[in-house]
Design a protein around this ligand. Sequence first.
Ligand SMILES: C[S@@+](CC[C@H](N)C(=O)[O-])C[C@H]1O[C@@H](n2cnc3c(N)ncnc32)[C@H](O)[C@@H]1O
Length: 348
Amino acid sequence: MMAKAVAIGRGVLQDTTDGGEKMVVWKDFVGKVLDAAEKCPRTAALIHTLSTGEEQQDDLVVPEMALFRQEPEDLSLTDGTNMVREGTQEVLDVDRILKVLDVNCLTEDAPAADVLGNNGIVNCGVGLWILPSFINHSCHPNARRTHVGDHAIVHASRDIKAGEEITFPYFDVLVPVSKRREASRAWGFECKCDRCRFESEDFTLKQEILKSENDLVNGGDMGALVVRLEERMRKSMAKERRKAFLRASFWSAYSAVYDSDKLVRKWGRRVPSEALVAESIADAVGGNENVLRAMLRGSKDANGCGNWLEVEDKVVRIGRATYGKVVKRHAMRALFRLTLDANNNINL
Ligand SMILES: C[S@@+](CC[C@H](N)C(=O)[O-])C[C@H]1O[C@@H](n2cnc3c(N)ncnc32)[C@H](O)[C@@H]1O
């Protein structure tokens, strides 16, 4: 189920600055969902399986998997089994549906929508996809989604071990632990992923993180912050994954250094290269546009030296982790171009 806000040229909706566009789309979308739930008991029952965000996770019942199968014989489930009848009665509670939508709706991400949408038309869709709605958050996520038309394609954003839970980042995870904690509280839960645990369990590391977070807020020389973190990791012989977690948390400090020729010159090799940090973060928290941009920028020098082929594999690997393997090479190139801002354009 999906609704689109379509902006063509100067737009069809009068004013986007006051959130008017969003409200119109949302109202239209909610109407569609309620209508679909009323007309189809199966849809109603499916919506009923979703969380309202108010339950304790342990109290949520595991839904009947037959409900998710598409085979025609399963459609008989909509004709009078207790499960569906019970479900139907409850989900037609509009208040409940509104809460479910609040917690489970997804919006298309802009770069993918730009490339994969229709020529020149900017699609900004909001939709409810039942199975992806079961995917929990982690600050060490392993999946992302790409939207193609009305389909939400969930794909791996890094290597996933057998038996590992599939997780999305619900919010920006390239920020320190305190900011992530705020964001997960706004969602109504406390994130206890392995990255959050690592960053809050060890006393001395916690102190170091606190100090670095203060430095980040107060500004100053971000090179000094990065060098201190790298030194600490070197001294404690931190494993690659843990290094990547910290680099991801202080990503804004690293990128402030890479953005400044002066800081790069000042701190030289004491700051690891942008491409190396991007690769390390992507292995741990998955590909995303920020990491991809860093990888592309970090590879710029190599490109100048004619070594582009050597780094292309890495760039494509992170590109696939960001946009999914289903994205064809030419679309990937277009996405790369969009990912880079005009000043950093390289010859792709
Ligand atoms: C889109 S739903 C995800 C599926 C949900 N866990 C379920 O069983 O239906 C979002 C809700 O799941 C819960 N949730 C998601 N990630 C979580 C996490 N890392 N820790 C605890 N609760 C989480 C929160 O209640 C959140 O509002």
